[in-house]
Ligand binder design. Sequence first.
Ligand code: MG
Length: 375
Amino acid sequence: MRERELAPYAARPGRAGGRRHREPPPRGRSEYQRDRDRIVHSGAFRRLEYKTQVFVNHEGDLFRTRLTHSLEVAQIARSVARSLRLDEDLTEAIALAHDLGHTPFGHTGQDALNACMKPYGGFEHNLQSLRVVDLLEQRYAAFDGLNLTFETREGILKHCSRRHAPGLGDVGARFIKRRRPSLEAQIANLADEIAYNNHDVDDGVRSGLLDLEQLSRVKVFARHMRAVQHEHPRVSGTRLRHETVRRMIDTLVTDLIRTSEAHIRRHAPASLEEARRAPPLIAFSPRIRDESLDLKQFLRRNLYQHYRVTRMSNKARRIVTDLFRAFLSDLHLLPPEHQARAQADAPRAIADYIAGMTDRYAMLEHRRLFAIEAA
Ligand code: MG
């Protein structure tokens, strides 16, 4: 979409908030397209391929990883942004970057690292994603990080505690002033939720940890599955599951667009600034919100707390905790470049190193440190 076709409340690439280091304007692409391209070329983005969503990478080739998850989020976010005449490239950049700071082994990894870092300021994957794009990526001669625009950075920082906000400068300010991020960022956030709820249903069944029988006790799944069975009485198994999940995604996306349109009409923001001061304008309707929460609870009880997932999480927690303790007890165990960074702040440098690991690299590093027979 050309800049002049964007809605008045869209983020305009021509007025993009400054990068932290001055650079000449991009040629042949917009500021937000440049952000997206930098994210795709980053090392942290490639590592998402081997980081877990729910299933650890070696458990199967067909499960979602953080990379395919991020691509699904970007696709959903772009569709919604386009319908609302918002900047697709900005929402895409935020979606592709939103999980860059994720540890290996999904939420278990994050919780374990946060527990290790408790005495040293904690660990939070949103803040870490920002740290990756602001500091940890080293690809440019003139600066650390990717030097992204303000709008992309504020979108990456989805949540932030009031304790951390003052230390984060421009992107922390909205948590103190209680303002919203751009509508493009709000979309990326809800697209994340649509993506994971639905692909976790799909992966859950594929892995054999969930079955259609159980899922038919979830209202939203049952409703869509019945509709598919009604229209296609002979469809079953994998195709029934895919068709049901596809319809659930479609319903969520359509509802998100319609409800947001209604909110935008009611508040009629004349600019991005007014959209930031309005209540959250990108939202689901109350009915769809409830259905979505219902599905989330079902997944928590039946998939995330499934004994086989719990067993893997238990191992993951041990790996992360063992690595952290070993490095902290002897910084010489760290690879040289991380040792150098550890001189200034050892716990944070160790957290950066562990957070950057893929699932399999963390397992390998654990073997190298703890298995007597390993090299
Ligand atoms: Mg995500």
